[in-house]
Design a protein around this ligand. Structure first.
Ligand SMILES: Cc1cc2nc3c(=O)[nH]c(=O)nc-3n(C[C@H](O)[C@H](O)[C@H](O)COP(=O)(O)OP(=O)(O)OC[C@H]3O[C@@H](n4cnc5c(N)ncnc54)[C@H](O)[C@@H]3O)c2cc1C
Ligand code: SF4
Length: 527
């Protein structure tokens, strides 16, 4: 039986839409390719399900989907809760100037303001209490002051619940048992942050306010049916709506099936949603009329990481939330380039990986790139406590393109590829690198550029944006300002793929705010 609304993907966009449609009385089914994760199943040991393999999801359906393309790699989460499971919790609004060009005129900061507020409330966004600043936050504040930009430093909004009474100096402070348990407004049990530094591999005490614990929890309490391990492959028209061709992962095998609904909302992320629509248009040919702009205007969001080696101070990057603060240059003060600098932390597991692999040479380019990235991230041998990951995002050229390509050496259907190179974005990346250098050197640090960038202008982005971008008509875009696919009534996209330009800072709050607006318009349009 057809349901009212099928939502494909359960990250920021999908969770918001599922919640609001369920509240409005719609029968909602959420299809999610990944697993439902719990603290006792989060990956930790080497043999755990760490990775998602798009070429073999039946056997490899783990936590992190890391895809290596020719000139860029993309990291994404897989599971119920999507990118919120793996993300660094930063939940901040875009700079108002972001919407000045490249966006439909209906989308302005003022238009999004109430939705930003709603998202902030649902995710209980707060800044880290002053008494809990890890060493990294102090280093950020000091570095900003030393280069004459004290006023640009600020702690960032985090979707993390802190206990104001927790102090790092207490004995046993970093023990999970020190986390205070509470029940959130959606009825899920969580705990307060005890600075375990494992935000990107699943918070053991559930201090992260991930969307499965709030938006999706509310949707499920209202009857939404969330189906993990179900991959949407393509969409076609049905008499009264759409049919979605799926493959369900069961016992290491893919089982095909069809789901039907009057309304379909794609929220599979920048790569996921674009791939489903490309397959529907070009392979299954079930939606042949999709716009030519599909796949165009893809952005890395200008993500860049420089390692600072601060041999004379304890930076302790494995302590505290992954990101805590920013130095904001989004006003273009550095050569007109817009970017923000953030501190970065990482779980201690990376050094274990490097210790295991540093003496082996892999014949596989993919493994060598991963080793280089991890090597850069953990810095020189001698102790990760002196490593400061200077992280950044900037407004890149958003000139990448997603396509399906048949590889001559592979059987089977064509695969997603990304055509992207650093040329047009280089001035922004260089401005970021210069600023990283200044900040590191001003605090007695030695900046080390990633080997991936030095050797091949290769970027790794956790913030892919675009592919189904919003615009003013089918000639230049895939969806309108309300996420509706041009020429296909009741087919929507509500995730990072609709963002038409780089945001130049952490994008999830903007994605969720856009999804709030889209859900409101679907409900207002009536059944
Ligand atoms: C390590 C890391 C740290 C990050 N830190 C931050 C941060 O601090 N702040 C911030 O704002 N952003 C951060 N991000 C980025 C953020 O996670 C993404 O911008 C955000 O999750 C995108 O939201 P979305 O709804 O577009 O897609 P997602 O949240 O990625 O959700 C898409 C969902 O769809 C599922 N899916 C994909 N294809 C299919 C399919 N065919 N069928 C069914 N399901 C499918 C996926 O498994 C996923 O659950 C980080 C990302 C990473 C990787
Ligand atoms: S720092 Fe630790 S306790 Fe706090 S949110 Fe991250 S993983 Fe959870």
């Amino acid at each position: 039986m057809a349901t009212d609304a099928l939502v494909i993907g359960s990250g920021f966009g999908g969770a918001v839409v599922a919640c609001r449609l369920a509240e409005a009385g719609y029968r909602v089914v959420v299809l999610e390719r990944g697993r439902r994760w719990e603290p006792n199943t989060f990956p930790r040991a080497p043999g755990d399900p760490w990775t998602w393999d798009q070429a073999d999801p039946a056997n490899s359906n783990g936590w992190l989907d890391l895809r290596m393309y020719r000139r860029v790699a993309v990291a994404q989460g897989a599971g119920v809760g999507g990118g919120s499971l793996i993300y660094a919790n930063v939940s901040i609004e875009a700079d108002p100037a972001t919407f000045a060009s490249g966006w439909p005129p209906e989308i302005t900061f003022d238009e999004l303001r109430p939705h930003y507020v709603t998202v902030g409330r649902m995710l209980d966004v707060q800044t880290i209490p002053r008494s809990q600043w890890p060493a990294r936050t102090d280093l950020m504040a000091e570095a900003a002051a030393r280069v004459g930009h004290r006023d640009r430093f600020r702690p960032v909004g985090l979707a993390v619940t802190f206990d104001p009474n927790w102090t790092p100096g207490d004995s046993g402070a970093y023990d999970a048992a020190r986390s205070t348990r509470f029940v959130n407004p959606q009825g899920r049990e969580q705990g307060t942050c005890v600075h375990l530094g494992e935000c990107s591999i699943g918070c053991p005490v559930l201090a992260k306010n991930t969307v499965d614990l709030n938006y999706l929890a509310r949707a499920e309490s209202l009857g939404a049916d969330v189906r993990p391990l179900t991959i949407a492959r393509s969409i076609g028209k049905d008499d009264d709506g759409y049919e979605v061709h799926v493959e369900r992962i069961e016992n290491g095998t893919l089982h095909p099936g069809v789901e039907r609904a009057r309304i379909v909302v794609l929220a599979a992320g920048s790569l996921g949603s674009t791939e489903v629509l490309l397959r529907s248009r070009d392979v299954a040919r079930t939606l042949p009329g999709l716009p030519e702009a599909l796949g165009v205007g893809w952005s890395t969001n200008g993500d860049f990481l420089t390692i600072g080696w601060h041999g004379d101070r304890d930076v302790a990057p494995t302590r505290g939330p992954t990101i805590t603060s920013a130095i904001d240059f989004s006003d273009g003060a550095v050569g007109g380039r817009q970017f923000v600098i953030e501190d970065g932390g990482f779980p201690d597991l990376l050094s274990a990986y490097r210790r295991r692999h540093q003496r082996s040479f892999s014949p596989w380019r993919r493994r060598r790139l991963l080793d280089a990235a991890v090597g850069t991230l953990v810095g020189d041998p001698g102790g990760i406590d002196h490593v400061m990951p200077w992280f950044s995002q900037g407004r890149d050229a958003a000139d990448g393109r997603l396509r399906l390509r048949k590889r001559w050496w592979l059987f089977g259907p064509p695969q997603l590829t990304i055509e992207w190179n650093a040329d047009a974005s280089r001035p922004t990346i260089e401005a970021i690198i210069d600023t990283h250098r200044q900040l590191a050197q001003a605090t007695n640090g030695r900046p080390i550029l990633p080997a991936t960038w030095r050797l091949g202008s290769y970027l790794i982005t956790p913030h892919p944006l675009g592919g189904c971008r919003m615009g003013t008509g089918p000639d230049d875009s895939v969806v309108d300002h309300g996420g509706a696919v041009w020429g296909h009534p009741n087919l929507y996209v509500a995730d990072g793929s609709i963002v038409p330009t780089a945001i130049g800072l952490n994008p999830s709050r903007t994605i969720a705010a856009l999804a709030e607006r889209i859900a409101g318009r679907i409900v207002a349009a009536g059944r």
